[in-house]
Design a protein around this ligand. Sequence first.
Ligand SMILES: NC(=O)c1ccc[n+]([C@@H]2O[C@H](COP(=O)([O-])OP(=O)(O)OC[C@H]3O[C@@H](n4cnc5c(N)ncnc54)[C@H](OP(=O)(O)O)[C@@H]3O)[C@@H](O)[C@H]2O)c1
Length: 355
Amino acid sequence: MPAPHLPRPELLDAEPRTANRRPVRWGVVATGRNAATVTADLALLDDVVLRAVSSRGAGRAAAFAEQFGFATWYSDDDGRLGYEALLADPEVEAVYVATPHAQHHQVVRAALTAGKHVLCEKPLTINAREAQEVVDLARERGLFLMEAVWTRFLPAMQRALQIAASGEIGTVQWVNAEVGFPAPLDPTARIWARADGGGALLDLAVYPLLWAWGTLGLPDAVTAVGTLNAEGVDAQNALTLSYASGAQAQLTTSLLARSPHTAMVCGSEGWIRAQGPDEVYRPTRLEVQVGEAGVRTEEFELIGSGYVHELREVTRCVQLGLTESPVVPLEHSLATARLLDGVRAQLGVVYPTDH
Ligand SMILES: NC(=O)c1ccc[n+]([C@@H]2O[C@H](COP(=O)([O-])OP(=O)(O)OC[C@H]3O[C@@H](n4cnc5c(N)ncnc54)[C@H](OP(=O)(O)O)[C@@H]3O)[C@@H](O)[C@H]2O)c1
């Protein structure tokens, strides 16, 4: 699968956050598992206002608002969709979209149309066509948009990419990263439902891909194998990314196997191994070995559950009037969406909104 050559995104924030910037007024769409985890981290920032949350259900909206201290809440129960009511709130400036994948396109479009800046959970959309539409809309409106690729902002990952780029481990030749969670087989769960963009690839592949993308850039070819369930979504998959330079990456995601969540970058002179409770997506320690030297360990701080780093960046961008983050630019998300479309074509995974 040929892919365009794109420069690697910037490694570090161009400009650190400064104190005393005006607060950004946030709205959160949905009250699910990740909405709660990320909102708890959002509440740790000193320059945000938790303005509103929306849910399909009034009870969930009210409970979420009370739990995190939102000024107000909206739900589907009063004649219009809760998120539409939230987007009509002039006090909401930036929106965090935490619905299942299949609703991202619709909600992000509505948010941008309403003039809001957007942080949308990964994957940005179900496919590249939808991703291009929301990116075009954000650019047309001059609004901030970012896919919530939070791991990219963690200090340990930033440092790993910096070490790789510095040449300390020589020329990067091979990346190996994986993430596996056994997900109970429940056809109604979003992770298994074709209509919700279910499967391991869209849910998990972003994490191993970050390691390959951050150290080697976009591949020249991708070959994929996978196991599909009766619904036609991938229960697990293995991707081999190859590069004209001869470098390779092996990336695996699984909803069937419990795995150690490893990430390793190997160069001609040495290697970097991520460590921590969930090293591929939440690393807190790096092991580095160069030549015959012993293994060096570097430790990193994680604030909150790890989302604070990404949320600081979005807040910073909105405060500065930037329309995308230099760390996770929109071209990164478009390229990722195209790559995932290509992998799905090889696996035979088709979602209802693909055509
Ligand atoms: N960054 C990360 O670490 C991370 C981790 C897990 C998940 N995620 C991403 O976050 C998103 C949500 O995942 P999750 O695990 O939080 O899922 P979840 O627990 O199922 O929550 C999704 C929420 O979206 C709302 N929702 C459900 N179906 C909907 C529909 N048909 N239309 C509109 N809203 C609907 C519901 O909230 P209401 O009932 O309140 O409307 C639901 O609680 C996914 O895209 C996933 O990839 C990211």
